[in-house]
Design a protein around this ligand. Sequence first.
Ligand SMILES: NC(=O)c1ccc[n+]([C@@H]2O[C@H](COP(=O)([O-])OP(=O)(O)OC[C@H]3O[C@@H](n4cnc5c(N)ncnc54)[C@H](O)[C@@H]3O)[C@@H](O)[C@H]2O)c1
Ligand SMILES: N[C@@H](CCC=O)C(=O)O
Length: 516
Amino acid sequence: MTVEPFRNQPIETFQTEEAKREMREALRRVRAEFGRHYGLYIDGAWVDTQEKIQSLNPSAPSEVVGSTAKAGLSEAEAALEAAWRAFKTWKDWPQEDRSRLLLKAAALMKRRRRELEATLVYEIGKNWLEASAEVAEAIDFLEYYARQALKYKYPSVEVVPYPGEDNESFYIPLGAGVVIAPWNFPIAIFTGMLAGPVAVGNTVVAKPAEDTVVIAAKVFEILHEAGFPPGVVNFLPGKGSEVGAYLVEHPRTRFINFTGSLEVGLWIHERAAKLAPGQRWIKRVFLELGGKDAIIVDETADFDAATEGILISAYGFQGQKCSAASRLIVTEKAFEPLMERVLKRAERLVVGPAEENPDLGPVASQAQEKKVLSYIEIGKGEGQLVLGGRRLEGEGYFIAPTIFTEVSPTARIAQEEIFGPVLSVIRVKDFGEALEVANNTVYGLTGGVYSRKREHLERARREFHVGNLYFNRKITGALVGVQPFGGFNLSGTDTKAGGPDYLLHFLQMKTVAERF
Ligand SMILES: NC(=O)c1ccc[n+]([C@@H]2O[C@H](COP(=O)([O-])OP(=O)(O)OC[C@H]3O[C@@H](n4cnc5c(N)ncnc54)[C@H](O)[C@@H]3O)[C@@H](O)[C@H]2O)c1
Ligand SMILES: N[C@@H](CCC=O)C(=O)O
């Protein structure tokens, strides 16, 4: 099979009139289908249930974007059974044919690109650029893993020759696994987490987050149209603590690919380690969790460039990214010139309904709004509020971009993941102290340094303990294949999504030796 080398999908910035017109048209079409209902997808068929999950528009929560069926335990059981049945043949499909299906799904996603972007705008409150970047990433995952999977096809492993014996080692898939996804990248992470294992011959039951079931259902429409055989991919919207937990503890679950909060991730890690009656393997568990990511700015930095990078990293998608800058660590001499610029620019940020393409849309849900506002209250007792710090008028969950200065490195707003548009600024005496403060967290996902001093950048390269480190640029927006993504410490198992080793997590190596 020959395929063009992998290239990232371009992200639409909506500068041209044509792109703007296309997006407005897509928004109109998606709005016209508000309220549409989708089933579960089990064993190649759409299945309805009595209970349903409604998805609301966070810019105007009285609007129902759509709904899906809601899986219970019997549907979870059926989906896992279907996945195991499908595994019997899918594992032996020629790799080229499996990869071809992923590429077909990518092509279908490209064709529906604007519609998918518009769905993200309405379902989760991304502005147009954020929505476009996310759909591009979902397509990239399909395209990248389709190509990477070809690397592992039989016979792929080089072994040392040994006299009198034929020795070979090769990769085989694990079996049927469970994918549990968060709401903040509901198409990219959902697609990537299922496409990786499936690409190399596993089958999956995929549970989207409760707030983003419509975009996830659209992913399954695409997988269905691409022609995945029944049971290879199963769609199971449902409550995390019910069907999610059931699948985690199930003896027939072979692996769990989870992205979400630290709290749920640790619970899954613990429960998956327990041997359930009848279980015949140690479950593989992959966890991609939270962050408390910091940008360091020293006195040699380009303050204008730093300001741009800080604002996009702190407030892109309202700060609801595991990679978001929630701490800004500034050396004494950089503090005034930098903060003057940051405040001036941040004051001008526009917050509003996502369909109007503001700088910041709403936060994702009422639960998110409550959590972020409660941290803002905590912050008022811990730092100096210099910007925002309040909910804004309107039906949607709008929160003003917020900045606290004079925050202690050990304050709660400097230690706990807030996951909203709140930036805690910590003043330090020099670069050495900045690195100490940056590393003083249980997380280790992304980090950044703005400096013109080579010595500082080299020191950060060695000492700043994060999975994704960025110099003189924003700390969000890792590109598939270019910046494999995943963090250290309690940020997860460093699975490195979109990286060259990712698919190995879902494979096991078999070794056969024959004497002649
Ligand atoms: N490291 C990364 O790559 C990455 C990427 C995106 C998001 N995140 C993190 O995700 C979090 C935000 O996402 P969230 O609020 O959806 O997280 P969450 O942990 O609340 O939910 C994630 C998923 O887990 C399910 N779930 C909840 N309880 C469960 C249980 N007991 N058993 C099984 N499944 C269960 C939910 O239904 C959802 O599908 C943030 O902490 C963010 O940093 C990390
Ligand atoms: N991979 C994304 C973050 C995903 C987590 O929310 C980024 O690099 O910004």
